[in-house]
Design a protein around this ligand. Structure first.
Ligand code: AMP
Ligand code: GLY
Length: 414
């Protein structure tokens, strides 16, 4: 089969690598792909949101299955267009992807179907929003309603901060048209539960934990994710069963009942609070960097799993025992401004998997070309071993403009 993967990050590198392990894959294309993906697939210069070009490419190259990585492609309706043309595609329709694109849609769905989540209210009017915040407690959680590339959530510790944020979100047009979801502040361990979903048929992936802050001990600014691991000791079998039944299955059923059945990956961003497991957010796609630590454990044929979902059949995914841990190498300065073009050496000595996030080839050498540059993912029998192996392998990568966190997985050992 000829397969097309849409996207260009570490997540898509992991997807391409999983597909490359399938005997069913005869040719893999990536649009637009990256320098790491280029080792496994033919990269084609089409952006993830250029829907008509993607459709045309899939048709003219007899692509039999397309897998969508980024939310931006879903939000412009790539799945809807492929389906109109009778092309098999893995991902949700634009209407189903609203569960990620609109916080308000997700919240209303959860309340209607009794899915545990933080209490909330939605506002478009600045004065009404401020009145609500003044009545409530601090900190308070302010979420811009719409795709904001991870920058749309502010946890305001003071009334002044809340006011300034609401001004930004509702009065200035910094974020575009203003609508804000104000939420109760929850506490607890966060974890990511991704499921393959085909209508009401669902199949879980191993639970993972992301590390969103730039520096050790969860300090510094939010990023696209500085590392992740699988096998979370604080999530019991009972917690998992609860999250599957009361959250993931319930939402899959709700989407069918609402006439917007979900197909693809439903990502539950969950928190284990003192009052039980609750939803922080949903995403309509594979998480990044969770995918990079989850897909290496896929024992089933990835093409069969993706195809089953695309055909609305029960996905059956099996996973290896053991644990994985991934450490992101990012450009110094990220998530603020940073230089590009620093030479990277030593990757050939790394035994772990390396997924490229922002690299390029220049004069035959690998160079940095983005904020997050690559993720080194180790697999081992235990999480401790995976952590040691990942750290040892990261030390082999030579580049004078990269940094990484040294505490990925630390919460598992507390
Ligand atoms: P997001 O950008 O939507 O991934 O959210 C960023 C982060 O904000 C989440 O990963 C949580 O750490 C935090 N967060 C979001 N909602 C809440 C909430 N209701 N209570 C506490 N923390 C939250
Ligand atoms: N790891 C968080 C996300 O993919 O949105």
């Amino acid at each position: 089969m000829k397969i097309l993967v849409i996207g260009s990050g570490g997540r898509e590198h992991a997807i391409v690598e999983a597909i490359s392990r399938s005997p069913k894959a005869s040719k893999i294309y990536a649009a637009p792909g990256n320098a790491g993906i280029a080792q496994l697939a033919e990269c084609v210069a089409i952006k993830d949101t250029e829907v008509e070009k993607l459709v045309e490419f899939a048709k003219s190259h007899n692509v039999e299955l397309t897998v969508v990585g980024p939310e931006a492609a879903l939000a412009v309706g790539v799945v809807d267009r492929f389906r109109e043309e009778g092309l098999a595609i893995f991902g949700p329709t634009k209407a189903a992807a609203e569960i990620e694109a609109s916080k308000d849609f997700a919240k209303r769905l959860m309340v209607k179907y009794d899915v545990p989540t933080a209490a909330y209210a939605t506002f478009t009017d600045f004065d009404e929003a401020m009145a609500y915040v003044r009545k409530g407690t601090l900190p308070t959680v302010l979420k811009y309603d719409g795709l904001a590339a991870g920058k749309g959530v502010v946890i305001a510790e003071t009334m002044e901060e809340a006011e300034a944020t609401l001004r930004d979100m509702l009065l200035d047009t910094k974020f575009g048209e203003g609508r804000v979801v104000i939420e109760e502040f929850l506490t607890g361990e966060e974890f990511s539960l991704m499921c393959f979903v085909a209508g009401n048929k669902i199949s879980p992936m191993p639970v993972a934990q992301d590390h969103k802050r730039a520096y050790d001990n969860d300090e510094g600014p939010n990023t696209g994710g500085m590392g992740a691991y699988t096998e979370l000791p604080f999530i019991s079998a009972e917690d998992h069963a609860y999250a599957m039944e009361k959250i993931m299955q319930r939402v899959a059923d709700a989407m069918v009942a609402e006439g917007t059945p979900f197909t693809g990956v439903l990502y539950g961003g969950l928190m284990k609070t003192p009052q039980g497991i609750k939803v922080i957010e949903f995403n309509a796609r594979f998480g990044d960097p969770e995918t990079e630590v989850v897909l290496p454990r896929l024992k089933s044929d990835a093409v069969e799993v993706f195809m089953a979902v695309a055909n609305n059949e029960q996905p059956a995914a099996e996973w290896s025992e053991g644990a994985t841990l991934g450490i992101v190498l990012a450009s110094k300065g990220y998530p603020g401004s940073y230089d590009k073009g620093a030479v990277i050496r030593g990757t050939e000595r790394v035994e772990s998997k390396i997924y490229h996030m922002g690299t390029a080839k220049k004069d035959g050498e690998l160079v940095t070309a983005g904020g997050r540059v690559m993720i080194v993912v180790a697999e081992a029998a235990t999480l401790r071993e995976a952590q040691q192996k990942a750290e040892a392998d990261v030390a082999l990568v030579e580049c004078d403009n990269l940094f990484h966190r040294t505490d990925i997985g630390a919460k598992a050992f507390k």
